[in-house]
Design a protein around this ligand. Sequence first.
Ligand code: FES
Length: 274
Amino acid sequence: MSKVVENAEILSNRSLSSEVSELILKSPEVAGQAEPGQFVMVKNEAGNTFLRRPFGVADVDGDKLTLIYRLAGKGTKELAELKAGSFLSVEGPLGHGFKLPVDSQAHICDEKGCGMRTVDAGLSLVIGGGVGIAPIIYTARKLAEAGKKPVVLLGTRNASEGFWTEYFKDFAEEIFVTTDDGSAGMKGFAIDAIPEIMKKHDIKHILVCGPTIMMEGIAKKAINDGIDCQVSLEKRMACGIGVCLGCTFEGKKSKKRWKICGDGPVFAAEEVFD
Ligand code: FES
């Protein structure tokens, strides 16, 4: 897999809510290689304020690359004004994404002899919070395509963010929604829905992307319960290619110095939280 820089045509750029927009690019080279949980650096060559900046890959469908972004400053507001037919420079795919628990090889001895055999990896729970829901769309799609539809948990602020569920309808075993104010789904935070989900489904893996506080609670619970958990870290990335060292942290378990942009953004929960 190699990184490319591609001049990608905007196929559509639409508002999903007053704060969140969806951008679909024709980007065959990047889309052809992107894995769930990876990201791209995007630059508007024609713009004034918009430096190359990171966006998680939200979805891939053929040569179409979907990015979903929160309007949070001059750059993203400038991005939201771009019309279909304009072009953006897209660099990627970058980083290491989720290791999808599809099938795993296990060393199992049986009457016929000793050998490697494929065993069922078990059910996954994919969790997204806020705009961190975006990267788990492609994650759910790839799991579903491998015959392992995941259970999906979406942590949102209120019913105005109901648009997220539409993305998962074909890829989820079941969708759970929490809202901070109880205007849709269960009232509370994503972590509050986990006991109910665990009661209903035999979850073996958790893949999560969202605000640090949300991921911390979920990761600690998973570690405590002995459930395999991967977290996708969101941090401001200046270069995105391992040069500026602005995104490093020390692994809790390995004590290694990791770069979120190059070694992540997805890590085993034990490396990030304890
Ligand atoms: Fe520059 Fe990671 S963003 S090293």
